[in-house]
Every structure is written in C-alpha cells, then in structure tokens.
Design a protein around this ligand. Structure first.
Ligand code: C2E
Ligand code: MG
Ligand code: MG
Length: 469
C-alpha cells in the first residue's frame, strides 16, 4: 500500500487551476470540484486547497496536518449489501465526517473508500489527534442501511507539515505511510507519521526475501499463552503465537510480518509449519494429562491458509501423525477473514468440524455488524477482542455490549474467551458478566515451550489460580 502507485496530482498552474489530462467532454460531465456521491470536495479540489493552505502556512511558519482515512473492510459492505447501498453508505459517511470537522478543516473524498481531511489550524499535535479520534468515533456509531444497523471502523494516517519545508505530495505520502502502519497494527486506529515508518516500509522489501528462508533456517518460533478458566482458574489450554527471530533485527512480532507473508504467499508454508509444530507440542502436553481432558491448543489461521485447498487434508494428516485428540485443537479465524469468504469456505469450516477440531472466531467485535451473521457459522468459541476488555472498567456502554455478546454466544451454544486481560478489575468484571475463559498479561504473557511445560507438569490439571487476588 505504501507508494502503491497513488498519484497525488500535479501542482496547480500559475492561475491556480489544476493540470488534468481530461477531455473536454469528460470535463463537462464531471462536477468540477465536488464528488457527486458525497457532495464533498473531490480529490482535485482537495489538492488545490492543500497547495494553497500549505503555501500560506509555510509563509506564516505555521503547521497544518493531513489526515488520510481508509474505511476498514469496506469491501465486505459492498459484497453483502451491493454497490448501490455501499454508495449510499459512503454518502452518509461523508456527511458524518464533514459534521465532525471544525470550521477551518476541509474534508474531501479522495476516491473509493478513501477520505482525506486537511486540518488548517494545527497548533498542537494533540488537537489533530483529537480530530482524528472524533472522525473514528463518529463512524463507530451505527448507520442504518437497508433496515440493518451497520457499524464500521476506519484507519487514519496523520502527517504534519514542517513549517517552511513541506510539499503537498510529501505530506500526503507521509500520511499514506502512517495509514499503512495503522492498518498493519490492527486497523480501527490512528497513526501519526514518524520518519522511522518510512524505513519500516522499505524494510518490507528486504524482509520479504529473508522471510522466504526463515522456515528452512529455523528462525520461526512459537510462544504459548495459557488460557484460563475464569471460574476455576485452571489452565484450559493455550494459544500458539508465532515469532520470527531475525538474525539482524531480533524478535519480530507476527503483526509485523504476517501481512507481508500473506502478500507474498509465504504464509502457506509458514502456517503449515505452525500447525505441525503446535500439534506436535499439544500432543506432548496431552500426554501430561492422561486422565483429564487434554489442554486445547489454539492455532491462528490466516486468510490465505484458510483458502488453501489442502488445509483440511493437512490438519487431518497431522492429527493422525501426532495422535492428538481432534478436540484438543482449536483453529482461530478472525472475524474479518470469516466475513470476506463465500460459501466455499463455509464448506471448509464444515469439513474441519467434521474432523472434530474446534473453531473460534478471533478478535470478535472488530469487524462490522458482528452479531447477526453468527447464525451462518457454527463455531465453538468466540474470542472477544482486547479493545473491549481494555474499556470494560471505564465505559458502561462497553459493559452492555460485552454482556450482550456473552449472552448471545451462550444462547447459541458457544463459549466465550476474553483476550488481553491485564488487570484484576477487568477480570472481576468479566467474571461478573459470565465470561467463560480468558488470556492476558494478568495471568501470563506468551511463554516459551519449556516454561509452559514446567508450569503444566507442576500443576494438577484442575489446579486453580488465585484469580481474585
Ligand atoms: P491474536 O490471535 O488475537 O492473539 C492475541 C494477541 O494479543 C497476541 O499478540 C498476544 O501476545 C497479545 N496479548 C495477549 N495478552 C495480552 C494482554 O494482556 N495485553 C496486550 N496488550 N496484548 C496481549 P501477538 O502474539 O503479537 O499476535 C498478534 C496477532 O498475530 C494474533 O492476534 C494473530 O492474529 C496473529 N498471529 C499470531 N501468531 C500467528 C500464527 O501463527 N499464524 C497467523 N496466521 N497469525 C498469527
Ligand atoms: Mg488468536
Ligand atoms: Mg485476537
């Protein structure tokens, strides 16, 4: 996405008009400065404004900011409701963004599901970040589309001008780099451009070839985070989380390389390695509990892996090879991956279920309109995203949402795991709400296999943690 061929237009001619190579007919057909769908200024008009605002700010040695916004997973809306309704939603989004802006700000539609804002008065970075958060907040409030309540999220990249030194194209490109980081860090967030991000982006190319060799060079490693029964405190299972030990850059987190692996296709061999390694490990830990239920191993499945024709066969093979009980393996699929799939993948889900493995929806609540489509997927577990857990203690609304998710999941026969529990207060709230299990730094960070192995062998299967201390 960085430097993805987006052209940020040419500077205006001396009379201020933009040089655009459009035919006369095309010019007559297009509204000169506004986007027909949203009524907002269009890209050309925005660029014009940006040139003017920047010239002014540079001469007055003031700062301005560009906020580059991309709606998260908007394709899902178009696929689900059709393009006409997607367009109607874009028009509503445009209105909300314009209403959230201040008098001196300009909001424009850049194209597709991209919007851009120019903060004309950016005396403080905090003001600009507040504006960005306000945009995100307005989008989170549900929209009504075809009688359905639809909520969505966006990611925003922010760049700030350096008085006297910035060019419009440079500002936009920096905001785009920051936007890429916001997406890579999990979407639904704001990222402020830092020069290191540009290094990071170019690092992607370098890492691509290194990653190709990571499996054969044995540089990948799994850590395991225990999942705790919130009622008894017993360890119910663990989630396998991958790390890459890069020979020069040290330990690299999956959020930094999984999307790269997806783009390059390397995620297929990497996921195969993850499934094999995690299942072998789970089989060893299963042997520690010969009489009790085996600990359940959670393995994350990426979009690409999930679509791979061999996935069912591969899992069947590894279960057979290791003797792992199928019910001791749980595949975690993020909500957004599930939402992007069609019927074919529901069949894959069904085949996986037929093997007897468990399925979980990961990062639940970060996609859109999550509750209604649960009826289409038969899964065992819902993992509530840590963004909800983080706000449980401070926001009554979050409590209401989490309570509803837990009740609904239970009514549908699913159990609920909370992700990212960090404090006793969050744990207390989750127990009160009837959440079944949880994982988080409050209990344990992801551990090496030896460390978790020692904990598992030292504890009776039903040994309780003192979860109320
Ligand atoms: P996830 O599956 O939702 O995993 C939970 C993430 O939350 C992990 O980050 C974990 O270390 C982190 N976490 C756990 N407890 C806490 C807490 O109390 N506070 C905070 N702030 N974080 C906590 P990690 O290991 O960086 O993994 C990030 C994501 O990368 C995972 O999210 C998963 O989507 C993906 N991932 C990890 N391993 C694999 C893998 O083997 N294959 C694939 N395809 N994706 C993976
Ligand atoms: Mg997971
Ligand atoms: Mg998660």
């Amino acid at each position: 996405m960085v430097n993805n061929g987006k052209s940020f237009e040419q500077p205006p001619t001396p009379d201020g008009s933009l040089v655009r190579r459009t035919s006369r007919d095309e010019r007559r057909a297009q509204p000169a400065s506004h986007d027909h769908l949203t009524g907002l200024p269009n890209r050309a008009s925005f660029m014009n404004n940006l040139w003017r605002a920047l010239a002014c700010a540079n001469s007055e040695r003031r700062m301005i900011a560009v906020l580059f916004m991309d709606l998260d997973d908007f394709k899902v809306i178009n696929d689900t409701f059709g393009h006409a309704r997607g367009d109607a939603l874009l028009a509503q989004i445009g209105q909300r963004l314009a209403a959230a802006a201040r008098t001196d700000d300009t909001v424009a539609r850049f194209g597709g599901d991209e919007f851009v804002a120019l903060a004309g008065e950016a005396a403080e970075v905090s003001e600009v970040m507040c504006l960005a958060e306000r945009f995100l907040d307005r989008l989170r409030q549900p929209f009504v589309l075809n009688g359905h309540a639809v909520s969505l999220t966006a990611s925003i990249g922010v760049s700030l001008s350096t008085p006297g030194h910035s060019w419009p194209n440079e500002l936009l490109r920096e905001a785009d780099v920051a936007l890429y980081q916001a997406k890579a860090a999990g979407k639904a967030r704001v990222a402020l451009y830092e020069p290191a991000m540009a290094d990071h982006a170019s690092q992607g190319a370098e890492w691509g070839s290194d990653l190709g060799r990571a499996v054969e060079r044995n540089e990948l490693q799994l850590f395991y985070q225990p999942e705790v029964d919130l009622r008894t405190g017993a360890i119910h299972g663990m989630e396998a989380l991958i790390r890459w030990r890069h020979p020069h850059h040290g330990i690299i987190s999956p959020t930094e390389f999984i999307s790269l692996a997806e783009h390059t296709g390397l995620v297929v061999p990497i996921s195969r390695w993850v499934i094999d390694t995690a299942c072998h490990q789970a089989a060893r830990w299963q042997a520690l509990r010969p009489d009790g239920p085996p600990p359940v191993m959670g393995v994350n499945l990426s979009a690409r892996q999930f679509q791979h024709p061999d996935v069912v066969e591969q899992i069947a093979r590894v279960l057979h090879l290791t003797g792992l009980a199928p019910s001791a393996l749980r595949l975690e699929i993020t909500e957004s991956v599930l939402m992007k799939q069609g019927d074919v993948d529901i069949r894959t889900l069904q085949q996986l279920r037929d093997l007897g493995v468990r399925l979980a929806i990961d990062d639940f609540g970060t996609g859109y309109s999550s509750l209604t489509y649960l009826q289409h997927f038969t899964v065992d577990t819902i993992k509530i995203d840590q963004s909800f857990v983080r706000e449980l203690v401070s926001s009554d609304k979050t409590v209401i949402i989490v309570r509803a998710i837990i009740m609904l999941a239970h009514d549908l026969g699913m159990d609920v795991v909370a992700e990212g529990i960090e404090t006793a207060a969050q744990l207390e709230r989750l127990r009160d709400l009837g959440c079944d299990r949880g994982q988080g730094y409050y209990f344990w960070k992801p551990l090496g296999e030896d460390e978790l192995g020692e904990i598992l062998s030292a504890r009776a299967p039903d040994a309780a943690l003192s979860v109320r201390d």
